[in-house]
Ligand binder design. Sequence first.
Ligand code: PLP
Length: 391
Amino acid sequence: MTPPFADRMQNLGTETAFEVLVKARALEAQGRHVIHLEIGEPDFPTPPNIVEAGVRALRDGLTKYGPSAGLPELREAICENLWTTRRVRATPDQVVVTPGAKPIIFFGILATVNPGDEVLLPDPGFPIYESVVRFVGGVPVSVPLLESNGFALDLAALERLVTPRTRLLIFNSPANPTGGVIPPADIERIAEFALRHDLWVMADEIYSQILYEGTHASIAALPDLAARTILIDGFSKTYAMTGWRLGYGVMPEALAAHVTRLVVNSNSCTAGFVQAAGIEALRGPQDASRAMVAEFRKRRDLIVARLNEIPGIRCTLPQGAFYAFPNVSALPVDARTFADRLLEEHGVAALAGTCFGAGGDGYLRLSYANSTENLMAAADRIAEAVHSLSG
Ligand code: PLP
């Protein structure tokens, strides 16, 4: 028999998106045709100039250990990019590069949250926030999102939910799973709130460049906020580089030193040739990334229009990321049952909103990082599935 596991493992959650993918693959193995709207990654290849830079770096021997916080040149390129894309001033000493953005969520929470500390986080939201908060013994406190306000954070709820034990506020804009964007005026109010209550802020900006109107408003650009903000971004979504594993956090220097020590104790460093590809991504031409976002916008318009034609479904127009979050609460079955039937009987893999917290009840998350043809076919199948509920 296996010896017992550490108690803390009971508190670690997971991402159920992967479970739906496994179910969908099992159906495909039986010969069924499935349209995948459950996966959160661009369906575009990594732009060739970025691939080339990675290959060149491999040939040039960038195959050894490197600095734990990341290559100085990449950290500089990140600082330049933060200034041009969102007017955030940062120095390379504030930047920690990691294999994907996810480790910054993990390390950032490990370095700021004590057992018993409360953490305000969006519900529905990326499930890893809650999972890691529980893992370190923190107490997740759900902040609702308002569909009526494009799924922005409910600011009145923030005021109700904050206590003297609150240590950290996490938010994500543009957001997974809703595609919602927090308006700049709300970002200012959140900043004022964080200052008033002396909170750490974790701003997950991984979808900042997949935005359909205006420019991204970063809380780290506001006066006094840089001293308490952990800004998270990465290359997975903007440059279609999910499998390369490249992300970063920008934070006060003293926190960056702690997070770098967590890197030393875990993964040592991020692969050098991957970072070289990242430098090319930031400093090279941006056309491929822009073309991808333009294509996502067309698909968004198409899928949202088609969903809104289906009786019983109502879908807000997402302002960023590549997810639609239709409200299906008017259907005669709950969202999870509907998602199961969609997959098993109609061959569309989608996630129930509750994969992202109780606040997702009554919704589905559909990723439109898929071809127009597949999205049209999926809309037909969803319409059929709704029709069969009343039949
Ligand atoms: N944050 C959010 C909101 C995400 O949706 C994801 C990926 O799905 C990540 C972070 C992690 O991205 P990465 O691939 O850079 O680890």
